[in-house]
Design a protein around this ligand. Structure first.
Ligand SMILES: C[S@@+](CC[C@H](N)C(=O)[O-])C[C@H]1O[C@@H](n2cnc3c(N)ncnc32)[C@H](O)[C@@H]1O
Length: 197
């Protein structure tokens, strides 16, 4: 079942010919994780037309807040209009680094800037115990994970990050999501030894 706001965001994206919105499987995971952070500060890098944000909103409690950022002016405008009646949601127009002013985050969906070019900066946006979500990975059956025959260096970067305890979750036959939790005071985490095994 798709919440009404998700349907509206999808309609806007389709009308604009935008094909990079999050799918339902990722969206449901986002809603579940949002529900786990009542009173939490939520963030999203790369709003698009607001599909992922609408899934986050579907799970958010009354006391939670979402800040999402999109550098494409038209997409940001459309998303801002979509959430205009919800004071919990702020849509920023600009580069993903604008999120630094609005964190640290208890849940961060990194779906735009930062994901590829600054993993440390992305992890740095998380509060201790904060959850990071990255999607659009092809499900892996090997360690290390491979994509098109090559070791998936980007996915490895997050799965073995020293400040994260992270794993890959297959949410659909063709879709895997990396979910990581930031260590508290850097005191633990699967990534801390980076043994490569
Ligand atoms: C995969 S789409 C986002 C989809 C959206 N999160 C959803 O769930 O439907 C990625 C978006 O990130 C935006 N983006 C890419 N780099 C960015 C950056 N450095 N700062 C802000 N937005 C960026 C793109 O313009 C694009 O709209």
């Amino acid at each position: 079942m798709r919440p009404a706001l998700v349907r509206a965001a999808i309609a806007n994206a389709e009308a604009a010919g935008f094909e990079h919105s999050s799918g339902d499987a990722t969206g449901r995971l986002l809603a579940v994780l949002a529900a786990s952070k009542p009173g939490g500060r939520l963030g999203e890098s790369g709003t698009g037309y607001g599909v992922g944000a609408a899934w986050l909103v579907a799970g958010m409690a009354a006391g939670a807040r979402l800040t999402t950022v999109e550098w494409d002016v038209e997409r940001a405008r459309a998303a801002r209009a979509l959430f205009a009646d919800d004071p919990r949601v702020t849509v920023l127009t600009g580069d993903w680094t604008a999120l630094r002013e609005h964190g640290p985050f208890d849940l961060l969906f990194c779906d735009g800037g930062g994901k590829r070019d600054d993993p440390d900066g992305v992890v740095g946006l998380l509060a201790p115990g904060g959850v990071l979500v990255l999607d659009d990975f092809v499900p892996a059956t090997t360690w290390p994970p491979r994509y098109a025959g090559e070791v998936d260096v980007l996915r490895m970067r997050y799965l073995t990050h020293a400040q994260l305890t992270a794993t890959e979750v297959q949410v659909a036959p063709d879709m895997a999501v990396v979910v990581g939790v930031r260590s508290v005071a850097d005191g633990g985490g699967l990534g801390r030894n980076d043994s490569g095994t």
